[in-house]
Design a protein around this ligand. Structure first.
Ligand SMILES: Nc1nc2c(ncn2[C@@H]2O[C@H](COP(=O)(O)OP(=O)(O)OP(=O)(O)O)[C@@H](O)[C@H]2O)c(=O)[nH]1
Ligand SMILES: [Mg+2]
Length: 271
């Protein structure tokens, strides 16, 4: 919605470019879309032209739409405070509405409060919940949790501790969790790893995605806190640079504050 401030005004190209930077759009990308804009005939609806230029210059890949109806297992990973646990509350609500009978494993044994936070969501949403003991090995918690919950024909969602992608020990721990899932005796058709990102970090997401990707295969991204975000334009770079689809956007702390990511709607909100 940054373009609102240009409504009814004669815009300067440099001002428009600065506003794009301020909104997280990568400078080299902003330059391209503004440069092609300035050559266009005056009087055009600049907002429409801007969106068109973005579409012409962004490398959008065609991903298969996610089908949540299969019996699936979702591993939720990400930096500290990137909104994993809050997202899981919203995601359980989403799965509940689809009558997919979800259950959840709290494998963030690092912080007792994190397990309580998740238990609160699980209770509120009447979702089956398995938690580890304080400081228990998260891979063991995940392994045991799956054995207990697998026969209830449910979709399982797993919460993990926050970790920085450059912390080798914690990234090794994540690999161990992933291996524990693979080794488990279960028939989940799909195991999907979702990486959560805080929208406010803007272009710094690039290093985070790459850092996690170097350790573990990532199936989709969740962008949280887009409601309090001033760097929404950075998603253009994530879309352009990575072969990983953005699946969800979180826009608040309530369990209802989640929507599927749609590029055209995203552009309408950005500009
Ligand atoms: N405004 C807003 N706040 C959010 C959103 N998602 C999460 N938060 C807030 O961000 C903070 C961190 O969220 P958590 O869900 O605890 O993040 P986390 O990744 O589980 O954190 P750790 O487990 O400590 O790594 C909390 O205060 C949430 O209420 C969102 O979409 N919008
Ligand atoms: Mg958490």
């Amino acid at each position: 919605m940054f373009f609102k401030k240009f409504f009814g005004k004669k815009y300067e190209v440099s001002e428009l470019e600065d506003t794009l930077y301020e909104n997280g759009v990568e400078p080299k990308f902003a330059d391209i879309i503004v440069e092609s804009l300035s050559k266009k005939t005056k009087g055009n609806d600049v907002r429409i032209e801007l969106k068109k230029n973005i579409k012409e210059n962004i490398n959008i890949k065609n991903f298969d739409a996610w089908d949540f109806s299969d019996k699936s297992l979702y591993l939720i990973i990400g930096n500290n405070g990137s909104g994993k646990t809050t997202f899981i509350g919203k995601f359980l609500n989403f799965l509940n509405k689809k009558k997919l009978n979800p259950s959840v494993i709290a494998a963030d044994t690092f912080r007792a409060a994190a397990m309580e936070q998740l238990e609160h969501f699980a209770t509120k949403l009447s979702v089956k919940f398995y938690k580890g003991l304080d400081k228990e090995d998260p891979a063991a918690v995940v392994f045991k949790g799956i054995q207990i919950l697998k026969n209830q024909n449910s979709t399982i969602v797993i919460d993990t501790s926050g970790r920085q992608h450059n912390n080798k020990n914690l990234m090794d721990e994540l690999k161990k969790i992933s291996n524990a899932i693979m080794k488990g005796d279960h028939d989940f058709k799909k195991i999907k790893t979702l990486l959560t990102l805080d929208a406010n970090i803007g272009l710094a997401s690039k290093q985070i995605i790459q850092g996690f990707k170097d350790y573990i295969s990532i199936d989709g991204l969740v962008i949280n806190k887009v409601d309090s975000n001033s760097k929404y334009g950075a998603l253009l770079t994530i879309i352009n640079d990575f072969d990983i689809p953005i699946i969800f956007e979180g826009y608040g702390e309530d369990v209802e504050d989640l929507r599927m990511f749609e590029f055209d709607k995203y552009l309408d909100r950005l500009i």
